[in-house]
Each structure stands twice: as structure tokens, then as C-alpha cells.
Ligand binder design. Structure first.
Ligand SMILES: [Mg+2]
Length: 243
């Protein structure tokens, strides 16, 4: 597969071959500025504090350590503290969805993508459905592959991608993946997918400091970058082939 010039400006010829459009959910399909994920983050701290009998500050520290060691807080709680996943997923996604803005531009752009659209999330299906409902895009997705479908193995682990690929019969050579966390695009690139990093503005996350340090030279597994997902997608469908 030809690699296109990496540029902020989308080049639709790079995506001519794509018939499977894979989207992360949190801070990708909605802007991080609406702070929805910040609510989840706070709920995770409360869960850790309550379950493990910790003060909030100690719980916060442990939460972040588990996240860095295991890829998600949930994976860490399951591996190190034998926490059953369902209660965690129910608790941390018991949030107010009203800050998620409706996005007619995103809906319009998604509608025009030729082929399947699938959400691949480390969160839960219920959370993804409620979020997509707020955006106005639920009806545009063929399916949601959530952390339960992945047997609680999160992105970026290879097993998560393997189960996603096998359950949806994804061919990496005809798929594209959109994500706000660059590490989750590593396996996507290895599997032949076209990768697009959707810039988020969660400045407290160390990954975003890394991103700022890239300047104009991102790592090889980041093929494209955008801070305007609706605009990026809309440009891809103006090539004449699709729509
Ligand atoms: Mg995300």
C-alpha cells in the first residue's frame, strides 16, 4: 500500500482503498474539550477509593499507576486486585452525557464514507451507544466492539486487535483507524491499516506532551493527523470515488 505524504491536509487518494472505517470513541468522536472523559476519570478515582478503602489522593495515584502498568485502569484492577469488570464499567460510565455536543458536520461526513463504520473502544458498549446518541451518529455505525467483546484486553495490546479483526473479519489493508492516543495506532499500522491521529487537548496526559515534542516529524505509525475530524473526513469524500 502506498504511503501518502504525512500532512495535516488530508489527501483523499490515500484512502481510496478503504472500505472499513474504525473509530476510537473517547476524545476521538467527540472533542476532549467537553470533558466527558474527565467525568469518567473522576468516577474511576471514586471507584478505586471505595473498593480499596483508600483516601482520594492515594486512590488517584494508584489509578494512574495501574493505567500505566496495564493500559487501562480496569485491566490493572482485574490483574492486581481481582475486581470483577461489570460493576466497574457500570459505575464509571454513570455520567452526565449532556456536555457531548451534537455534531451535524461529523454526521454528514460519516454518512458519506463508503463501507463499514465500526467503533473500537476500551470503554463499554452502553457508554459508546449513549455517546453516539448524543452526537447524533448511532445509526451510522455497523457495530461497536467494546472492552467486553475484547475479553477485557485493552488496546493497544495485540490480542485486542486480533479479537477485533477476527470478530469483524477486518482486513487491515482495506481499513483505516482514527484515534486520539498514538500508542493505539501502533498495532493498527503493523496490521496494514491507514492511521489517523485525532488531536485531543487533554494536556495533563503525558502522551500529549510527547505529541508536542514530535514537531513536524511524528513516528512512522502515525500516517495522518488532524484536529478537525469532520473536516478531515469531509475532504476524503470529495475525491469523486465515494459519496
Ligand atoms: Mg480515546
Amino acid at each position: 500500500m502506498a504511503r501518502c505524504d504525512r500532512t495535516q491536509k488530508p489527501d483523499c487518494t490515500c484512502f481510496d482503498h478503504v472500505d472499513t472505517w474504525v473509530f476510537d470513541l473517547d476524545n476521538t468522536l467527540y472533542p476532549s474539550s467537553c470533558d466527558l472523559f474527565a467525568q469518567i476519570d473522576q468516577k474511576m478515582t471514586s471507584f478505586v477509593a471505595n473498593r480499596l478503602g483508600l483516601e482520594r489522593e492515594a486512590a488517584r495515584r494508584l489509578q494512574k499507576q495501574l493505567y500505566h502498568r496495564h493500559g487501562t485502569t480496569l485491566a490493572g484492577l482485574m490483574a492486581e486486585h481481582q475486581i470483577a469488570p461489570q460493576q466497574f464499567l457500570d459505575d464509571v460510565h454513570d455520567i452526565d452525557y449532556s456536555p457531548v455536543p451534537r455534531s451535524p458536520d461529523l454526521v454528514k461526513a460519516l454518512e458519506k464514507l463508503p463501507g463499514r463504520r465500526i467503533v473500537f473502544t476500551n470503554g463499554s458498549r452502553g457508554h459508546a451507544t449513549r455517546t453516539l446518541d448524543r452526537i447524533g451518529a448511532s445509526h451510522l455505525f455497523d457495530d461497536i466492539f467494546d472492552i467486553t467483546d475484547a475479553n477485557f484486553v485493552p488496546k493497544p495490546r495485540a490480542e485486542a486487535f486480533a479479537s477485533f479483526f477476527s470478530s469483524h473479519k477486518v482486513d487491515g489493508k482495506t481499513a483505516a483507524m482514527f484515534e486520539d492516543l498514538p500508542q493505539n495506532l501502533g498495532p493498527a499500522h503493523e496490521l496494514g491499516m491507514m492511521t489517523v491521529l485525532v488531536h485531543s487537548h487533554m494536556d495533563d496526559h503525558p502522551v500529549y506532551q510527547d505529541i508536542r515534542g514530535w514537531g513536524a516529524s511524528p513516528p512512522a505509525h502515525i500516517h495522518h493527523r488532524t484536529d478537525d475530524l469532520p473536516g478531515f473526513l469531509a475532504a476524503l469524500t470529495q475525491c469523486g470515488k465515494s459519496g
